[in-house]
Design a protein around this ligand. Structure first.
Ligand SMILES: [Zn+2]
Ligand SMILES: [Zn+2]
Length: 335
């Protein structure tokens, strides 16, 4: 089988390797769609990477024993690995599990842990079955396109009569726009990339503000109806502060974009006196996968969420395109 690797700065290629074998309750999945996520940062930095990706859709081709999936099932491969038995896993919050098995410890090899490959291995309970009326590409939206903001909006309970502000319009932010419009909310966004700002307007965002414009914070505070809640998909401390300052008193904010820097939160003015609810949100509860499928089915403009498709063999061109940022979601396909 073929698997993508990063060999140096701005260099990726495919290597030939052996198809891994499933054990116990793990299944072998033939990948059909591998959405690209943050791996391009590693490609830009030149950090070598042998096992790339955490998002995939595919078909179960082998199981070691009877279990939750069967050969022939089409499945969304949920990100990461988790133990399946700790309190957060039992609650459907596998993404927060601290006890996840490493594929190498379980199977004796890291082969099968990459999604940017023709085959992968996964515990069967992390494979969400795709119904016949949903295509593989549409099901792939349930990963880091619609997934993170769906989970965030469920938790902060975004309602139809509310105004929501979304910062950062990469593929996750564009997914947040789509989820918020689907829920009937008035959507405002902040993004400097013209391609992505335009894509957000096509998805139904009422207005996209430029974060480099010094007037943006004042304009957001002067809106005729206040901002009820917000989602950050940028991972930028400046965006975090903009949201904290822009939402109304008793507003709710979900932080979805990963951030390696510290953001200053002032306990008295921001939290106690303003009464804000701040949450971090990574994925969605696995029990809500059927509800997310309903969003995907009924989202009439969902094709706007994907801008490019490349065969796995064109991994180098795919990374170049994604790093250029004039994209919505970029998909790798294997057929
Ligand atoms: Zn667990
Ligand atoms: Zn992702």
């Amino acid at each position: 089988m073929l698997r993508a690797v990063i060999t140096g700065a701005r260099e990726a290629k495919l290597v030939e390797t052996t198809v891994p074998s499933p054990k116990e309750h793990w299944a072998l999945v033939r990948v059909t769609v591998a959405p690209m996520c943050t791996e391009y940062k590693q490609w830009l930095a030149g950090t070598p990477g042998e096992y790339l990706g955490h998002e995939a859709v595919g078909e179960v081709v082998e199981t070691a024993q009877p279990g939750r999936v069967r050969v022939g099932d089409r499945v969304v491969v949920q990100p990461l690995y988790a133990c399946g038995s700790c309190p957060v896993c039992v609650q459907g919050e596998h993404i927060h599990c601290e006890e996840g098995p490493t594929p190498a410890a379980f199977t004796g090899s890291r082969e099968g842990s990459a999604t940017m490959a023709e085959y992968l291995l996964k515990p069967d309970w992390l494979l969400s079955r795709i119904p016949p009326d949903v295509s593989d590409e549409d099901a792939a939206l349930a990963l880091c396109t619609l997934g993170p903001s769906f989970g965030a909006f469920q938790r902060i309970e975004l309602r139809a009569h509310e105004t929501v502000l979304i910062t950062g319009l990469g593929p996750v932010g564009l997914g947040a726009v789509a989820n918020a419009v689907f829920r009937g909310a008035r959507v405002l966004a902040v993004e400097s990339n013209p391609f992505r700002a335009e894509r957000a307007r096509e998805l139904g965002a009422e207005q996209v503000f430029d974060p480099s414009d010094p007037e943006t914070p004042a304009r957001l505070r002067a809106l005729n109806s206040p901002i009820d809640c917000a989602v950050d998909c940028s991972g930028s401390p400046a965006a975090h502060r903009l949201l904290i300052d822009s939402v109304r008193r008793k507003g709710r904010i979900a932080f979805v974009g990963e951030c390696s820097q510290d953001t200053v939160i002032r306990i008295s003015p921001d939290l106690i006196r303003k009464g804000l609810t701040l949450i971090g949100s990574w994925h969605y509860n696995l029990a809500e996968f059927p509800r997310l499928l309903q969003v995907i089915r009924r989202l009439s403009n969902r094709e706007l969420l994907v801008s490019h498709r490349f065969p796995l063999a064109e991994i180098q061109t795919a990374f170049e395109t994604l790093a250029g940022q004039e994209t919505a979601k970029v998909l790798l396909t294997t057929r």
